[in-house]
Design a protein. Structure first.
Length: 316
């Protein structure tokens, strides 16, 4: 089953009104795109090209949030191609220990058979004890919420995504999901273009979410080029903005980040690990640069051909 490294029909009323969120609070990944007031997620496994196999919306969460402190998790969604299936759509909650909590949409226990071309509301999935709706990877499939929170309730949450990647499950190997809103605790995210803009979330939001997930030291190690590596944000934004396939680039970075976190790495060591394992051309890390003579900074690999990454990066 494909997983993103680096989502009932009646709406549930909450005791505390949810505050609106802005585009700066979420990031579009893979095939995700804003279509009017909705985000469209496409999972296409119909050919050998795998760059379109998932779409996701990633949300930042306040520092200190634990899985057990989540009080509300819901979405308004519409499956327009083939249905729920293949573990998708779902919420995917990344934990600091490298595990992910999957929260499946659709009717229990199969999580298939969602009505097509119909706007559905998941209701609040926190506290939902449907058999098998929760899954912890690696290691714990088919859980209730109570079982999941008993296992990882104290774990820090590093990010929450709504993911569609189940195209492989269907005969035509495609799945399309529209998302109109997402509520996480007391915040509701909507996706209509704001301030007359074109909608969607740019490289800046991806890079901010990445820095939050990695931590500043790791992020600067991965992206920074100056003496104190504090130009990392600018380098990340520029690189992703000029990427030939930003969705694939983001997916590779998130996949490497998940693998490196699973090995318990933090700080600069985490940044160096991501740089070495994301499958993109890399330049030396700070530790390697320190061995070079003053004023002789190594030339980035692939410089000038759009494949650079790391110090002096230029992901394209």
């Amino acid at each position: 089953m494909n997983r993103l490294l680096f989502a009932l029909v009646a709406a549930l009323a909450f005791a505390v009104p949810a505050a609106p969120a802005t585009a700066a609070d979420f990031t579009l990944l893979g095939t995700a795109s804003v279509q009017g007031t909705d985000v469209k997620l496409v999972s296409d496994f119909s050919d050998a090209v795998t760059t379109n196999d998932f779409g996701a919306v990633a949300f930042t969460v306040p520092a200190g949030t634990t899985f057990g402190s989540l009080t509300t998790l819901s979405a308004v969604f519409n499956v327009t191609d083939d249905g729920c299936g293949g573990g998708s759509p779902r919420f995917q909650i990344a934990l600091a220990n490298g595990q992910n909590v999957m929260v499946h949409f659709g009717p229990s226990p199969s999580f298939t058979g969602c009505a097509l071309n119909t706007w559905l509301n998941t209701g609040n999935l926190i506290g939902n004890n449907d058999a098998g709706r929760y899954e912890i990877t690696p290691g714990f499939p088919s859980l209730t919420y109570a079982q999941a929170v008993a296992l990882v309730g104290a774990q820090q949450v590093t990010g929450i995504s709504l993911v569609a990647d189940g195209g492989w499950f269907f005969a035509d190997r495609e799945q399309t999901v529209l998302v109109r809103s997402v509520t996480i605790n007391n915040t509701t995210y909507t996706f209509a273009p704001q301030g007359g803009g074109k909608g969607g979330v740019g490289p800046g939001q991806f890079c901010k979410a990445l820095r939050t997930s990695m931590g500043t030291d790791a992020f600067n190690e991965l992206w920074g080029t100056n003496a104190n590596s504090r130009n990392g944000m600018g380098k990340c934004v520029s690189a992703v903005a000029h990427a030939r396939n930003a969705g694939k680039t983001e997916q590779q970075i998130l996949g490497a980040l998940a693998a490196c976190k699973a090995n318990g790495l933090k700080g600069a060591a985490l940044g160096a690990c991501v740089a070495a394992n994301d499958g993109l051309a890399v330049t030396p890390t700070e530790a390697q640069e320190a061995k070079t003579k003053p004023g002789k900074k190594p030339k980035p690999k692939g410089e000038g051909n759009g494949s650079g990454h790391g110090k002096g990066k230029g992901k394209k």
